[in-house]
Structures are given as C-alpha cells and as structure tokens.
Design a protein around this ligand. Structure first.
Ligand code: 5GP
Ligand code: MN
Length: 351
C-alpha cells in the first residue's frame, strides 16, 4: 500500500488549476539530469494525454547520454532556442517547476519566469524551497522528483494515464537519483512504485544500462585517468578529492555528462565516506559532492560552494579559479576536522 504523503488539499487545488488552463510549460534545473528530464517529460506526456498543450523548456541542453529518454527531442532548450523558449513561457497559463527549489537554479529562465503573472507549481525533493510558488509540493524525504510525479498522479487518480512511455521516463529518474538503487531508496514504498512502473512493461534492462552504464571511450579513459592519476585520499577525514582542469578535460575530448558518476567512485574505498569532484568550467568550477551515512554534503555545498542539494548528493558553482576551489576544500577539511594540538592532547590524556 503506497501512502498518501502529499497534502490532498494541494492536489484538489492543482486539479482545479490544470482544469482551468490549456497551455502549460514545464521546466527543470540547468544541466538537467535523469531525474529532471524524466520527471518533466513524464508530466508532459500525461498532460498531453489530458488534452493540454504542454511543453518542456530547459535552461540548457540535455547530455547526449540521456537523449534516449522518450520525448527529449521535443524539449525547447533556452540556450538553443531563446525566442521560442520565451514565447512558450510568456504564453503559458500555468508553469510547473520540477526538480529545483530556487529560481537561480534555472539561470536566465528564472528572470523570465519571475515577473510572469501565471501560477507556478513546484514539484521537488530538494531541501528549503523558495517561497515563490502558488502550490508547493516539496518532499525532501523522497528519492526523486520522478517518485513525486508518480505520487501526484496516484493521489489524483491519474495512474491510468501512466503508459509505457510515461513509466519509462519515471524509471530513469528513480534509477539515476538513487545511483542505481544504492541510496535514497530505503522506503519500502519506493519498490511498490517501481513494481507499478514495471507493470507497464518497460524495457528495464535497456533503460538501466543507458541511464547508468553507457559511456563513450573518451569518457571511460577520462574516468580511468582521474582515478589513477588525480584521486587524492584523506583517510583521517574519510575524504576523497578529484580535480580536473580544462587542459585535462580537453585532452579526453570532454563532453557534458562524461564525468557524471565519477564522484561516487571513491566511496567504494573502505573508510572514505565523502567525496568531492571539481571540474574547471568556462567561467566557474563545478563542484559535486557525495557522502554516505549522516555526513551532510548539502551543508558543505551551501556554506562553501554557492550550492546545495541533498544530504548525500549535492553540488555547487564555485566562482573563482580551480586553485581557489581546491584551497576552499582544504579550508573545509580544517574547519570540519580541526587538528588537535599535541600539547592539548597530552593534557587531555593526563586529566
Ligand atoms: P550533481 O553533483 O549530480 O551535479 O548534483 C547533485 C545534487 O546537487 C543534485 O540534486 C543537484 O540538484 C544538486 N546541485 C548540483 N549543483 C548545484 C548547485 O549549483 N546549486 C544547488 N543549489 N544545488 C546543486
Ligand atoms: Mn532530483
């Protein structure tokens, strides 16, 4: 039995809102991942089946590796089709905001959406959502936004609209946001949702392999290089750091998404429970963090790297040089794990 975790009064409002409009835009965070794309596209397919004119607008391109998700080609990408994206948003009578908690996570789309008079609906699982939504369906305790979209559909009695295509989209987010069912999926209801999705006869093995285990040769070589040559371990602090600069990325013909799961790899080492990956970008350093147990990398990304996320998976955009970013990492180490003065240790032991 899957419980109703979403406040039913919100869903009654949402049902009335959807019923009263025709044109709906759906957006998600920049650098969209499997959950952002899976949830927006699933919702888009469902709304279209309800007779709505629904369009997904993303701040930037989906990574090549995720182009297999049904409907990706119909997405309006702001950085590619700015005028069309503006038109869709300006004409929309309702805007869904999926898989992000604050307008700065959608770059310039935020500036466009902010002054619009239309209602905004949030469906998201990040901590601390901004208070700018007319309906806010925010549940940080769930695995993914795809899980929430499923729950919204279930509680609104719309599961009959979950065909194979919708189920495939949802499966991608459930898989990628849990690292292939490794974390954020301890609630038994997660598997009941998965069972319901499986009943739509999705091509599970193909979807899993494409979402989790498909990399170009360049990408595999880059990851091999990063682990072999660039991984630094800090056993006393349970930490790992991998840093890749522009020259290294160019050497391996870096494409978006090529280092997607790299940050997880050091967590395989016994005793390493948090991992940081830094990638030098055009005008910033992209920081990705992962952890195990109750060590919160979301706090670290919020405090030091201009970002946020979840307890065990977070990221940020660091403005500065790659050396500055590495210096901040060392600052985090010394702030969180202050080295005890030897004389202090002795005096503590003597007492
Ligand atoms: P990733 O490391 O895969 O880019 O992101 C991991 C998690 O952290 C995702 O849930 C993502 O939404 C969040 N995240 C990544 N980058 C940022 C950022 O720059 N700002 C915030 N607030 N969250 C981020
Ligand atoms: Mn997500």
């Amino acid at each position: 039995m899957i419980s109703h975790i979403i406040d039913d009064t919100l869903l009654i409002k949402l049902q009335a809102l959807i019923g009263s409009v025709q044109r709906i835009a759906i957006t998600c965070h920049k650098s969209p991942d499997g959950d952002a794309l899976g949830s927006t596209l699933a919702l888009c397919h469902v709304l279209r089946r309800m007779g709505k004119e629904a369009v997904v607008v993303t701040p930037d391109m989906a990574p090549k590796a995720l182009e297999f998700i049904p409907g990706v080609r119909d997405i309006v990408v702001f950085t590619r089709q700015e005028l069309r994206a503006k038109h869709v948003l300006n004409e929309a009578q309702l805007i869904f905001c999926l898989d992000f908690n604050s307008l700065h996570r959608i770059d310039r789309l935020g500036e466009i959406i902010e002054p619009l008079k239309v209602k905004r609906v949030l469906i998201d699982h990040h901590l601390n959502p901004e208070d700018i939504f007319d309906i806010s369906i925010s549940h940080p305790e769930v695995s993914s936004t795809c899980e929430l979209v499923f729950r919204v559909m279930m509680q609104m009695g719309l599961l009959r609209l979950m065909d194979r295509q919708v189920a495939s989209c949802l499966y991608v987010g459930l898989t990628t946001d849990t690292g292939g069912f490794a974390y954020s999926c301890d609630n038994p209801e997660f598997y009941e949702i998965l069972a319901s999705i499986m009943r739509r006869h999705i091509d599970r093995i193909t979807l899993y392999n494409r979402a989790m285990n498909t990399f170009s040769a360049d990408s595999l070589r880059l990851q091999g290089y990063a682990i072999s040559e660039k991984m630094q371990l800090f056993p006393d602090q349970g930490a790992a750091l991998i840093v890749l600069d522009k020259t290294e990325l160019e050497r391996f013909n870096y494409n978006r998404g090529d280092t997607e799961t790299l940050v997880n790899k050091p967590l395989a080492i016994p005793g390493i429970y948090w991992s940081v990956f830094m990638r030098e970008d055009a005008d910033k350093v992209k920081v990705s963090c992962r952890s195990q147990g109750d060590f919160s990398v979301s706090d670290i990304c919020t405090r030091y790297f201009n970002g946020g996320g979840h307890e065990n998976a977070a990221g940020g955009d660091f403005i500065g040089t790659i050396d500055d970013a590495v210096a901040v990492f060392y600052q985090v180490l010394s702030d969180l794990f202050p080295v005890q003065d030897k004389s202090e240790q002795t005096s503590t032991q003597e007492q």
